[in-house]
Write a protein that binds this ligand. Structure first.
Ligand code: ACM
Ligand code: ZN
Length: 562
């Protein structure tokens, strides 16, 4: 951002710049005229509307954090500098509103106008007001920290009040997202991150317009969701005796490692996310990746165990026994409590990387397959169909609770259940196949969306990672609709893209944010901005200002620009 800053004793002035990330759909700016804000000016909102008041409060807080300007909350003041209101002027012109059906994206639309009267924010729904407030936040210049200290003290050396002004060029910004689903995932099972860290993660997501947090809870290396009916599950299943150093070197750190989320903490996260218009999608990964649970309930495995919680990385061959009726009881108990805690319409059942070695040998699994009449049809093996049966049972269970099931793309291998949503991770193939079958799809192909991969070519300058190379430029390149392989009708089934952060090698919050930023910026533009506006060089030019904001927030990020 170019700061037209004039810093003299007791004065600091700079311009807002609407060239933000993700880029809004339409910005028409007249850079010769300005509306200027300073401390004491007001934000008006509808006093009878607590949700609008909350969004106005967010804006007030962000303006102060970045510039030191203290706006006043002035509900219902028609003369206030900043006006927040519901309703888009363009909608008023539509006579028969009954016929107006809005897409998810249109529900998030907003309009910002800056002219001689001030800054007006309008939106169809509260979510749009929140998005608009985020746009204004990111357009703000960041006050140099020393000056902020002065303004916080209230006095400059000269004894006069510091004068801080931000000039907003006249503008009309009309915006709405490209995709309805804009996801970010975090693996909290390989490593556990505190509620505070997750809230920071959600703040960054919200700042980038993301609206789905995919929370990965369970793994071979630990179970991290409290189930009240099964108190030992999280208490014991969350603990591994030690953790391997490096990439399965055979050398261990000798430190017990654990941590899980209580249901109360989960509800706190759900509420925190909801206030930022983010839905939380919980994932219990089954029937594979289950050693956390099998350690506590070895009767649920085909061999009977014992099953230590893994202390190294990889995929265990020991999985839930599909032929044991207790497995289904266990899963229904877990998913039942999951539905009680998480109101999300989408619930993730995992389904990835479930080796079938044990099922092939297990008399109970084979008896179940026989009972179900499963035969290898050349396309779907008996064991893959057995996994589809498990998925189907849980899908029905979730449906009774009004939920839709998401599974990793392996859920296609035994034949997809009726309503399953496919999360395409092993490339785009699964997503294409599912969309062609008219199933909904979330696109998260590892080559573009796995942000556990290295982001700079010089791996030796980076903290140890899982491998691979996914620079920000490649994330930015991703086109989720695959227009050369999907017809326009089939493209309708692509809900949107998501990035995934797996954490085998990511143990600390600084490293989490380092991996996330600035690749979150890149995916956010894929998720939000019109594809015909994509321009990586222009994007890179907008990034330094985002980094100034990250510095002010105190979050770590990768400095490279690959
Ligand atoms: C996955 O990365 N195993 C979904
Ligand atoms: Zn079995």
């Amino acid at each position: 951002m170019i700061l037209a800053a004039c810093v003299s004793v007791g004065a600091w002035a700079a311009r807002a710049d609407y060239r933000i990330i993700p880029l809004p759909k339409s910005v028409q700016t007249d850079s010769t005229q300005f509306f200027t804000i300073s401390t004491g000016m007001g934000i008006a909102y509808d006093a009878s509307d607590p949700e609008m008041a909350r969004n106005a409060q967010f804006l007030r807080q962000w303006v102060e954090e970045l510039t030191g300007i203290q706006l006043a909350m002035t509900p219902d003041d028609k003369k206030a500098a900043i006006q927040m209101r519901l309703g888009l002027p363009s909608d008023k012109k539509i006579k028969n509103k009954k016929g107006l059906t809005l897409t998810e994206q249109q529900q998030e639309a907003y309009l910002i106008t800056v002219d001689k009267n001030g800054i007006a924010i309008c939106a169809r729904k509260h979510v749009g007001l929140f998005r608009a407030a985020q746009t204004l936040r990111k357009a703000l210049p960041v006050l140099p920290i020393a000056q902020k200290a002065v303004s916080e003290q209230g006095l400059t050396d000269g004894g006069a009040f510091a004068k801080v002004e931000v000039a907003f060029p006249y503008t009309i910004i009309q915006d709405e997202p490209r995709f309805g689903y804009r996801g970010v995932h975090l693996d909290c099972a390989r490593h556990f991150f505190t509620v505070e860290v997750i809230k920071q993660y959600l703040d960054l997501m919200a700042m980038h317009g993301c609206n789905q947090f995919h929370w990965h809870f369970t793994e071979d290396q630990g179970w991290r969701f409290e189930v009240k009916a099964l108190p030992d599950l999280a208490k014991k299943g969350s603990i591994r005796e030690q953790t391997v150093l490096g990439r399965n070197t055979g050398v261990y750190d000798g430190q017990r490692y654990g941590g899980y989320y209580t249901q109360e903490q989960c509800r706190d996260i759900v509420n925190y996310a909801a206030e930022r218009y983010i839905n939380v999608i919980p994932e219990i990964d089954m029937p594979g990746h289950m050693l956390g649970a099998l350690h506590v309930y070895p009767n649920l495995g085909c061999t009977g165990g014992p099953y230590p919680v893994w202390t190294h990385w990889g995929v265990s061959r020991d999985v839930l026994c599909a032929g044991n009726p207790e497995t289904m009881t266990f899963l229904k108990t877990v998913f039942g409590e999951l539905c009680d805690v998480f109101p999300s319409k989408f619930v993730h059942i995992g389904g990835d990387e479930c080796p079938k070695n044990r099922w092939k040998e297990c008399p109970k699994c084979q008896a179940k397959a026989k009972e179900l009449g499963l035969v290898d049809d050349g396309k779907h093996s008996i064991e893959n169909q057995l996994q589809t049966w498990v998925n189907h049972e849980i899908e029905q269970f979730l449906k009774e609770r009004g939920r839709d099931m998401i599974g990793w793309d392996e859920v296609l291998e035994g034949g997809l259940t009726e309503g399953g949503i496919v999360m395409s991770w092993r490339g785009i193939k699964g997503g294409i196949e599912a969309a062609k079958q008219h199933h909904r799809v979330i696109m998260t192909p590892n080559a573009y969306c796995y942000i556990d991969h290295y982001q700079l070519k010089d791996q030796w300058s980076q903290p140890l990672g899982i491998g691979g190379y996914l620079p920000m430029s490649k994330v930015y390149e991703f086109e989720p609709l695959i227009p050369d392989q999907l017809s326009e009708e089939e493209q309708q089934y692509i809900l949107g893209p998501q990035v995934n952060l797996w954490t085998e090698y990511v143990a600390y919050p600084e490293h989490v944010f380092y991996m996330l930023l600035p690749r979150l910026d890149a995916i956010s533009e894929v998720q939000w901005s019109p594809s015909d506006q994509k321009d990586f060089e222009d994007f890179k030019g907008r990034l330094p200002h985002m980094k100034e904001i990250y510095d002010r927030m105190g979050v770590n990020y990768c400095h490279g620009l690959e």
